[in-house]
Write a protein that binds this ligand. Sequence first.
Ligand code: ADP
Ligand code: ADP
Length: 842
Amino acid sequence: MDNKVSASPRGSYRKFLEHLSGAGKAIGVLTSGGDAQGMNAAVRAVVRMGIYVGAKVYFIYEGYQGMVDGGSNIVEANWESVSSILQVGGTIIGSARCKAFRTREGRLKAACNLIHRGITNLCVIGGDGSLTGANIFRMEWSGLLEELAQDGKIDNEAVQKYAYLNVVGMVGSIDNDFCGTDMTIGTDSALHRIIEVIDAIMTTAQSHQRTFVLEVMGRHCGYLALVSALACGADWVFLPESPPEEGWEEQMCVKLSENRAQKKRLNIIIVAEGAIDTLNRPITSEKIKELVVTQLGYDTRVTILGHVQRGGTPSAFDRILASRMGVEAVLALLEATPETPACVVSLSGNHAVRLPLVECVQMTQEVQKAMDERRFKDAVQLRGRSFENNLNTYKRLAIKLPDDKIQKSNCNVAVINVGAPAAGMNAAVRSAVRVGIADGHKMFAVYDGFDGFAKGQIKEIRWGDVGGWTGQGGSILGTKRILPGKYLEEIATQIRTHNINAILIIGGFEAYLGLLELSAAREKHEEFCVPMVMVPATVSNNVPGSDFSIGADTALNTITDAYHSMLILGEARTRHEEFCIPMCVVPATISNNVPGSDLSIGCDTGLNMVVETCDRIKQSASGTKRRVFIIETMGGYCGYLANMGGLAAGADAAYIFEEPFDIRDLQSNVEHLTEKMKTTIQRGLVLRNESCSENYTTDFIYQLYSEEGRGVFDCRKNVLGHMQQGGAPSPFDRNFGTKISARAMQWITTKLKESPGKGKRFVSDDSICVLGISKRNVLFQPVAELKNETDFEHRIPKEQWWLKLRPLMKILAKYKTSYDVSDSGQLEPVRHRGGPEEPAAI
Ligand code: ADP
Ligand code: ADP
């Protein structure tokens, strides 16, 4: 086929998927090694994308074992074979460890089985062992074919026809232990499980004054331990890459008792399964417990999380990651030539990349080697800048230097929340306060947004005041939507009175507008000529200048959770009456997770949803089996939640403001869904952003689908409402909030140091910034410059990265669409972790 090139709205030329065809190709997909949540989403994406481009896709059951055994272990997949698996943990095609594949004999059999089905493209989802195996197989391929021909198992024609094997890998591993990738499939879900447990433990330990030693997975990699320690503000963490210094026993006990003395009622110690000391001797949870009990006499419990971490439903992020990667893997296979090396598809920042498999595996093994040789500094560096940065941030936030060791800056810095509450805001405040104090500033909390600022609701806030804030939903400081414009005089007075030298604003679109107003008022009020920076925090994810905002991830998870609970409810209705009991369990996490007053709305909605749906189920003893759910999401005019929620939950359509639609689109969507529901597919999901259209309301869409689907499916609708803002923050939002705001505080410190002279005014545009992430970069962008990139009427950025993922959702829902692949990964060299060219992490 010809390269189809077409002009994008901005005039640059883009490449579309249509130039790639998979006709005549066969792809085998397998999951191998330890299982991980999100593997199913990857399998689903490979199967559907494969079929979309015209290829045949085969399931290879039970990992390499199925490939060696052949027979019914290798089966052609169709569209429906991957229906309803997005929300299922583990892998539906089974995973196994296979001794036979480690031998040439075994691989010979495997090759024979593949050839007989014409499979010369392999997509392997597994850890570094599995990927190494795949690469060895690929290197041996021609030799294996010759041997098979000699043995008379295949003919010479087949040797010619199937001369090359293409291999692409996706890393499925909860440990996040693979070099070259930011996140492996399953890691985010495992973090969800860990954080759920920690949140639960926190409540019981609070009432008993206990110390908890929590062991998490990671025999060779401390990522899960480190990031969960960061997310919950643990007292101490033990990692294989960074053993504690000699004499740690004493130090740890001092730290624990200090924390207790500060009225902290519980201690949490997190231990990676493979934690060691500087002499490579294991540090076990039992040993730590003994130490605490004998030295301090605290009531101490050990909790070993084990396989819980692999269990449960995959998080929104893992589903999106795996879906994006699955599609990318098929593209990589279609584009592969005999010269391209086997590659791994992955995300770097928010960007899809392809990396040479062999080099990634080698680098991953180097980390282990460094640990074995006790070169721990190297080990941390090889894990990458982001790992190192996580470690440094953890240390800064967990350990307070004694006051006399902190060099005073004589600067006062204010922290303020603005706009609607978003999960993760409190983590951001905590981190800003602690980093600020460590940098020698005096920190001031402003309560109730700009309104409170004007009224003088400002108080000094200390290290201990923000303890335990990471896991709290809502905004503890209080937040309001009010803009500063009306109160400029009063706010200026407060800045003068409290001698504020810099301001950190944590909030959404109002915060952004507020920053613009303050920026414009600098000429009139010199009080505003201080460094100001905002970090985006809003469920709508509509702040110009950043791909992500704090809180959006939590909201996405609420959407997928809600859909998931409805699925369970629906299924229970058609199959087992008994499911009435567990049905209540899933949505109950929504309500149980919701602390604080702001969130009682969400809690109420969650409960109502359960009760209502349960009622309906009871009332309709018999009915049609097939059902379509219409769900309305928040976000103002910004369709992020609807779109990404749709991708994560496997929606059939997601109506958003950014992509105008008319009655013809609605008609074709309804017809499309009706056709689909005539097959074995039983569930449909349609998302609608609250402001996508003035007249095509959620009710309208519900009625339209109900009417047109009559006889084929019935509909239920649900407006998710404020529960999306509430809830316990997801691990990502906690960490993102923590790290981005630490970064903002560092920026403030640097700015303040630049001009030690008292009374110095900051007037340039680059002293009033939005901090965001864009693709792979962390950027401070002057708010004045972002003005041109903003659609003020609809309160969204003019360009939104996630719109590019829209076709992906449509492809996976069986629509023909045009998919822009010019951004898809090119094979690139693996950056040596910690090298100068590695992009900065937050
Ligand atoms: P993971 O993929 O999670 O790292 P393993 O290291 O156990 O898990 O590998 C999974 C499977 O991959 C093994 O059981 C084996 O079948 C295959 N495999 C691993 N390493 C090799 C190798 N060097 N050569 C051939 N096959 C391998
Ligand atoms: P960093 O590398 O910035 O220190 P992490 O280790 O937490 O942060 O995550 C690695 C990368 O994966 C980051 O670039 C982040 O953007 C992305 N990421 C991780 N989890 C999520 C999530 N739940 N939602 C969106 N992006 C995520």
